[in-house]
Design a protein around this ligand. Structure first.
Ligand SMILES: C[S@@+](CC[C@H](N)C(=O)[O-])C[C@H]1O[C@@H](n2cnc3c(N)ncnc32)[C@H](O)[C@@H]1O
Length: 270
């Protein structure tokens, strides 16, 4: 219960990345069975991509299920992820796709030449890169002039039910603060992109509060901050959380959890 310790704004970058790699790596084997809303978001992002092209890169590819979709449309596809556990699963699930290569790499230090890709795709990964300018700068660099990127990024309208319910239990910050949509768009413009942006809300429904917490933790995206992790998560604390969550948000005995997602279609000027 006390493992998650991830808050992109509170920890050193190295520590944060080690934790992300470990947690997502540990979740890799069950990820595809659990991460349904991430799949929905990813497919919505894929629809914004150019229909075809020569080369594409998927950043934070996880188990590679969206990367394999790119492989139908591009001649050469690369998928990178910080978590070696994710890359292992992606390689094992590769099947007959022979135009995809997976490797462990960091979105903030991409191991590719500049101007190499026609297209960059990334779904639900770059919210872990704060400040976001470094990773967006890398996306800009690896794209060819005229190349396009589609990014889906969790923004600060997310997990509000959890945040508000924890706030009724105590004042310890326990849920990540992601960047706002405006900050993400500004980061993309500063990187040099021509930006089209949109936001979309997704809501998942859960039978109880433990299921809400598990839906986030089991995919590897633990959301407790450093401070929050040091506070004990006793049965009593969880009961208080459940009471706050259920009294405020339950609809027909089901609990909602909101994901607010920034969709960016970026073009690198020629
Ligand atoms: C929620 S998963 C999304 C996976 C996949 N894109 C999908 O939508 O199914 C987030 C992924 O981002 C990866 N990630 C987080 N920070 C990263 C970074 N700095 N560089 C590369 N990958 C990163 C994690 O390891 C994890 O696999």
């Amino acid at each position: 219960m006390n493992e998650p310790l991830i808050d992109p704004r509170e920890q050193s970058n190295t520590l944060l990345k080690q934790r992300l790699a470990r947690q997502f790596g540990q979740a890799a084997k069950v990820y595809n069975d659990i991460a349904q809303v991430q799949l929905d978001i990813g497919f919505d992002g894929l629809q914004m991509l150019p229909q075809s092209g020569d080369s594409a890169l998927d950043i934070g590819c996880g188990t590679g299920r969206l990367t394999r979709q790119l492989a139908h449309r591009f001649n050469k596809v690369f998928g990178i992820d910080l978590a070696s556990g994710m890359i292992e699963v992606a390689k094992n699930d590769m099947g007959k796709t022979d135009n995809v290569q997976f490797s462990v790499a960091d979105a903030e230090q991409l191991p590719f030449e500049s101007g190499q890709f026609d297209c960059v795709f990334s779904s639900m990964a770059l919210q872990w890169c704060i400040p976001i300018e470094a990773s967006l700068g890398q996306v800009f660099s690896v794209l060819k002039p005229g190349g396009k990127a589609v990014l889906t990024i969790l923004n600060d309208g997310s997990l509000n039910e959890l945040k508000a319910s924890w706030a009724q239990v105590d004042s310890i910050p326990r849920v990540n603060q992601f960047l706002s949509h405006a900050q993400i768009v500004k980061g993309a413009r500063s990187a040099g992109f021509v930006v089209e942006d949109a936001q979309k809300t997704y809501v998942t429904w859960h039978a109880n509060t433990r299921a809400v917490l598990n839906s986030v933790k089991k995919i590897g995206a633990g959301v407790l901050s450093d401070t929050g992790n040091k506070a004990s998560l006793t049965r009593t604390t969880l009961a208080k959380l459940a009471s706050a969550y259920e009294s405020q948000y339950a609809i027909n005995k089901h609990l909602p959890l909101t994901y607010q997602v920034s969709f960016l279609l970026l073009e690198k000027p020629r």
